[in-house]
Design a protein around this ligand. Structure first.
Ligand code: HEM
Ligand code: HEM
Length: 180
């Protein structure tokens, strides 16, 4: 079953969700690790290149995921879940979608701020579209920083809610994003 139905997630949504989720969690770790390396450390360049390319991959995947959600809307939550919790879940999902776009865009702006493009392993180059001032770059670095670690906290709350629903409320909410 590729498409979502009224009460189940289809394969395409599951693949988008887990590929993006694991990539973002990996990127948070990679970002945290790489900023402590010195410029002369050989791992600095390797990890920064990987961070940029994987992050741009998340942007492309997130745009496709959002378009797919229009083609095949997500199932409604079980009716047993109180309205306040349904609204909280929808709010968190919207914020996570926003972060999938905002994080790569701010990362792109930091990396291209001096007007140079981003090479994708000698395959092609993502061009720099706008050079930004030093002050704007500092602001964008701060947004990237707070949004990245904020997304880590949000994802932890989102995962905790999924586990609570699966193992305490037993309403199958985690199951339907994995195996059901
Ligand atoms: C950074 C990591 C993550 C992001 C960005 C993310 C994002 C999202 C988004 C946007 C949705 C809504 C999907 C849609 O509307 O089609 C969703 C649903 C869901 N996520 Fe995540 N997620 C992340 C990590 C996780 C983790 C670690 C778990 C569980 C351990 C999880 C479990 C779920 C479940 C169960 C749903 C379905 C909720 C429902 O049935 O409505 N997610 N996630
Ligand atoms: C979902 C995607 C992304 C996530 C979750 C993410 C996460 C992070 C994190 C956690 C840091 C470390 C912040 C710190 O501790 O100072 C960081 C730094 C950085 N990221 Fe990303 N990032 C993403 C996408 C991108 C993209 C697409 C690019 C470039 C094309 C990029 C470029 C950078 C750069 C240049 C830094 C270093 C900033 C500095 O000088 O402090 N990121 N990122």
């Amino acid at each position: 079953m590729l498409k979502n139905t009224r009460d189940r997630y289809g394969l395409v949504t599951k693949l988008f969700h887990w590929a993006i989720a694991f990539s973002i969690l990996g990127l948070i770790w990679l970002g945290w690790y790489m900023v402590d390396l010195t410029y002369y450390d050989p791992w600095y360049h390797k990890t920064l290149s990987l961070h940029r390319v994987l992050g741009l991959g998340v942007l492309a995947a997130a745009v496709c995921f959002l378009l797919w959600n229009r083609v095949s809307p997500p199932p409604a939550l079980p009716r047993s879940i109180p309205r306040a919790q349904q609204l909280a879940a929808a709010g968190v999902h919207h914020l996570l979608f926003l972060m999938m776009l905002l994080l790569p865009v701010t990362g792109y702006l930091i990396s291209t701020s001096a007007g140079q493009g981003i090479p994708v392993y000698g395959w092609f180059e993502v061009p720099a579209l706008l050079a930004v001032s030093e002050a704007t770059r500092d602001l964008v670095i701060a947004i990237h920083y707070y949004c990245a670690y904020g997304t880590g906290v949000l994802a932890a709350l989102h995962a905790a809610a999924a586990f609570k629903h699966q193992f305490i409320d037993r309403d199958g909410v985690l199951a339907r994003m994995i195996w059901r």
